[in-house]
Design a protein around this ligand. Sequence first.
Ligand code: SOE
Length: 381
Amino acid sequence: MVGTGFIGPVHVEGLRRLGVTVRGVLGSSPEKSQAAAATLGLAHGYPDFSAVLADPAVAAVHLATPNRLHREQVLAALAAGKHVICEKPLALDPAETAELAAAAAAHPRQVCAVCYNVRFYPLALHARALVRRGELGDIFHVHGSYQQDWLLYPTDFNWRVDAQAGGELRAVGDVGTHWLDLVTFITGLETESVVADLRTVHPVRRSPSVGSSETFAGAGAEARGEGRPVPVATDDVGSVLLRFRGGVRGACTFSQVSAGRKNCIRLEISGSRRSLAWNSENPDELWIGERDEPSRLLRRDPALMDASAARYSNYPGGHAEGYPDTFKQMFRAIYTDIAAGRPSPDSPYATFADGHREVLLGAAIAESHRRGAWMPVTASA
Ligand code: SOE
């Protein structure tokens, strides 16, 4: 496990629940590695990344590091023969992600996955099955949002606000990308063009005098910055209109400054036969909208779901499954392929090609905002 911030320990927990041995952890210094190993109860706190790659007992490397480190770490891990599970976004820009997608293709026996965990909410998988079974009819329109509040105040600070560390897009690149990936995953629709309007609400933030605030540090966090003013150019909020291949239209809004919205993904899909709506803050409920009969609320229950989704839902109805379960289920799919010794062709987890597609889409969104015009999502941006 490389990275000891918010998400690294989530990976460790998910892996342990599956019975995957987590060999050790690497932080941003040997001391941080040792401290994280002690906190997480892991045998090894590695001194540096080369020590991780040199360990023959390490089969797979999980990267939960700042985005600027992904390219170099992925390439080194692949060269060392490791499977790679990389946090999203896959890397900083389309040139980097194209290189990583090509590197994954050049190592066909190594599993290369990007952590779009939202796909693994059981009712997201079920929604996908409903679309594939034709139960929505022809899709006309999709809309929704991804909102958080952990960067609401100008004193909230994290490496993600810095374009050098996280990439030029933040609300879009950090959370909007989950929504955009989810739409393609559920509907199979490919985005053809976009028009975007983004805003940096806080062009100056206060960074902590020592270190950096944790993601989701929360109210009253002692790490809340009171120190140095830092100019910020990454987006706090943004809205995007989408045109998909085949004529389907979409609209979405992303924000990390919406008070009270902790981690709220909303998605609604309207088709010629019926609609679906889902909200990650009530992830065990799927609204099925009908025109000529009462609409329904499906509560997650593997016994009532498509087999392709029920496979990734371990608890009976009424026994809530949520955010940490999505990581467990995503790793279940990934480690099934690792055990088989190769990626499978129709895996539900996101591949590096998917990760590249998402970063291309982000580049079109950024360019559209700059130009104030519709932009095609091209293969090379
Ligand atoms: C922070 O916004 C964050 O941790 C994202 O980086 C994750 O991808 C999302 O799952 C929760 O929020």
